[in-house]
Design a protein around this ligand. Structure first.
Ligand code: AMP
Length: 215
């Protein structure tokens, strides 16, 4: 089973993806995480991507597609791949279809998490993660037990470098202008499943499970 977890930045894709990969044994491929990894390691690819990322713009398609193509070939003993943050425009979606077809694979479900703009902006502004183990938090919706300290490893809780209000608005604009139209692309293929992303984390997870278990 290959799925895309889709939705605006801050809607909770990463949180759900972490739970889904356990339950369905999927290879979780977050292009945002992969790009942040490259930036952290200081690779040439990371240096190329950083400027666009810091502004909330899309990194060029060839960089991102390269990451995805490598990972799709590496599913190994997982039951399939779960794409998170990819595709983000029509050209990426068309390339993805081609790459999947070449490997005799297909996307089975596109899970679209939906939320109002004001909730998204609040979620984005509250987003934090542990500097050491990467565990995600939100100071408004899912704060750590002790302020500033990770529940799992006691590491420091920090924000992302692209987590400023100006960048949040830019990221949402990019989503609305370039990414949201992918919903019609996948609706026409009969793959789109809309899920209310404003429900609790557990409710959202249950509703996604109902879709994935039902077919
Ligand atoms: P994310 O963690 O998914 O919000 O991604 C963080 C940043 O990485 C985005 O704001 C983009 O700059 C870049 N990025 C992630 N995925 C893609 C993609 N599929 N296409 C272009 N840029 C991407």
């Amino acid at each position: 089973m290959n799925i895309i977890i889709f939705g605006p930045p801050g809607v909770g894709k990463g949180t759900q993806a972490n739970r889904l990969k356990e339950r369905y044994n999927l290879l979780h491929l977050s292009t945002g995480d992969a790009l942040r990894g490259e930036v952290k390691k200081g690779t040439e690819l990371g240096l190329k991507a950083k400027e666009a990322m810091d502004k909330g713009r899309l990194v060029s398609d060839d960089i991102v597609v390269g990451i995805v193509v490598n990972a799709i070939g590496n599913v190994e003993d997982a039951n399939g791949v779960m794409l998170d943050g990819f595709p983000r425009n029509i050209s990426q979606a068309v390339t993805l279809d081609k790459v999947m077809e070449e490997k005799d694979l297909k996307i089975d479900y596109v899970i679209s998490l939906e939320a109002d703009r004001d909730i998204i902006l609040k979620r984005l502004s509250g987003r934090r993660s542990c500097k050491d183990c990467g565990k995600d938090y939100n100071i408004f919706f899912s704060p750590p037990k002790v302020e500033g300290k990770c529940d799992e490893c006691d590491g420091e809780i920090i924000g992302r470098s692209d987590d400023t209000e100006e960048v949040h608005l830019d990221r949402l604009k990019v989503y609305e202008n370039q990414t949201e139209s992918l919903k019609s692309y996948y609706r026409e293929k009969g793959l789109l499943y809309k899920i209310d992303g404003m429900a609790t984390v557990n409710e959202v997870f249950t509703n996604i499970n109902k879709v994935l278990d039902g077919k």
